[in-house]
Each structure stands twice: as structure tokens, then as C-alpha cells.
Design a protein around this ligand. Sequence first.
Ligand SMILES: [Zn+2]
Length: 148
Amino acid sequence: MTPGALKRLGIAFKACPATTCGCGCGGSKAPTPEPRPADLRQWLPSGDQGRVAQIAVREGVRRWDIKSEPSWRFFRPTKGKVGQYLADRAEIWIQTGLSAFDTASTALHELRHHRQHERHEPFDPIAEGEAEAYGQSLARVLQREGLL
Ligand SMILES: [Zn+2]
């Protein structure tokens, strides 16, 4: 779905992963992560969001054969995004105040970017569409299974 189509449906277009370090130094020192984007102000999850995000990430890691589990946090509402993946920190960020379904689909969208990063897949519009489709799809499955 294009950003324009998402906007017409009232869905905020998600910001996409920060670029990753490709320094190629070959050394053992881990690259220093970029500073977090200034608009990601960490905040408490509302209602049941923490439990829902935990289930969504756990099930996504298991069902999508993801090797490392990213951490996840919540941020205060900000313009233009409901979720973000920071590849260099392996962090998933989810907007506070979302419904259970939107919390799950956002967490899973960003988790899919984590999977793409793990597999060194390019980040492009196809990857964005893939993340959105897989995120929505697994969130619906988890809802049907009574896990959300
Ligand atoms: Zn995305």
C-alpha cells in the first residue's frame, strides 16, 4: 500500500528503519549505534499494550524463524508514525495508546523489518509492503486464535 492510500484509510505511514552500519571494518568492536531519533520519547504502554506486544513479538519470532529477539519500547504519540525499527539497536518502538490489534500489527510490522535486517535484505518499497502485509496478517491470525 502506498503512503497516500494508507493516509486515505486513516492509517499513519510508518517510518522505516534507520540505516545500518556497514563500516566493513572487520574488527571485533561493535559499531556505536546512532542516537535515537529525537521524536521517539519513551513512554509507558497504555492498557494491555505491554502484554500484547510481548505476545506478538514472541509469536512473530517463533513463526517467522527469526534468530534474535529484538527489544521493544513505547513512545509518546508523534506526527507521522505509529512504529519504528532501529536496526543498529535491534529495537522495536510502538506508539502508546494504540488498540490491541494496532499494537500487535505495528509490533509485527517492525519485527518483520528486524527479520529483513537479519537476512541482509534490502530496505526498499517492496520490503515496506512485505512488512505491512505480514504484520497485518499475523495480527489477524493471533486475534483469531484468541491470543490478543
Ligand atoms: Zn516499515
